[in-house]
Design a protein around this ligand. Structure first.
Ligand code: SF4
Length: 180
């Protein structure tokens, strides 16, 4: 069957053939098919020379089956992350109500017009199912303002995606050293 097995037409065709081939006792039949799929007729390297049903098999290109859609390549998104701090607290921004990581908190992605100094927090790649974020983060020392949170608040009260945690840990280490 050279139909896409993830689509309705492919599923229907396979179901029809299975219905036609069912035989008693059904439990043994199921077990036998599962064993065949697990040990002999495997997707990557079917062992046709050992196959107990080889003489009934009409496949000429077993390694190309089952037909499945090609996986889409993940989109690469490069991000500049700016972790703004007033020396003890960190500025966090709430994401919008829709889409990826909705309503969670993140760092800034816009370089502020003024800051006292900048230090690198390194690079980190976070992989989602459909997209990769390649991030490069800097910590910027700025004057205090709204929406700055203590380390404790960020850890215990804000939902921060794991994608940003490596930068949070780096920033925390730097702030703890400054406070010592
Ligand atoms: S002969 Fe057919 S059923 Fe048996 S392993 Fe090869 S492809 Fe699978």
């Amino acid at each position: 069957i050279h139909l896409d097995v993830t689509k309705a037409a492919g599923k229907r065709k396979i179901s029809e053939l299975v219905e036609e081939s069912l035989c008693d006792p059904i439990e043994y039949y199921n077990q036998a098919l599962m064993e065949l799929g697990a040990l002999i007729c495997t997707p990557k390297s079917p062992k046709c020379d050992l196959c107990p049903v080889g003489r009934y098999c009409r496949t000429t290109d077993p390694e190309s089956l089952p037909v499945k859609p090609k996986k889409k390549e993940r989109k690469i998104v490069r991000k500049k992350i700016y972790v703004l701090t007033d020396g003890s607290r960190i500025h966090m921004v709430k994401r919008g109500p829709d889409g990826l990581l909705a309503n969670m908190y993140e760092f800034d992605e816009t370089l502020p017009a003024e800051y006292e100094r900048m230090e690198s927090l390194g690079q980190y790649t976070h992989i989602f199912s459909h997209v990769e974020w390649h991030m490069d983060a800097q910590m910027l020392y700025v004057k205090e303002g709204d929406n700055f949170y203590t380390i404790d608040q960020i850890e215990n009260e804000l939902a921060v995606p794991s994608a940003f945690m490596p930068f949070f840990e780096e920033a925390r280490e730097k702030l703890e050293k400054e406070i010592e």
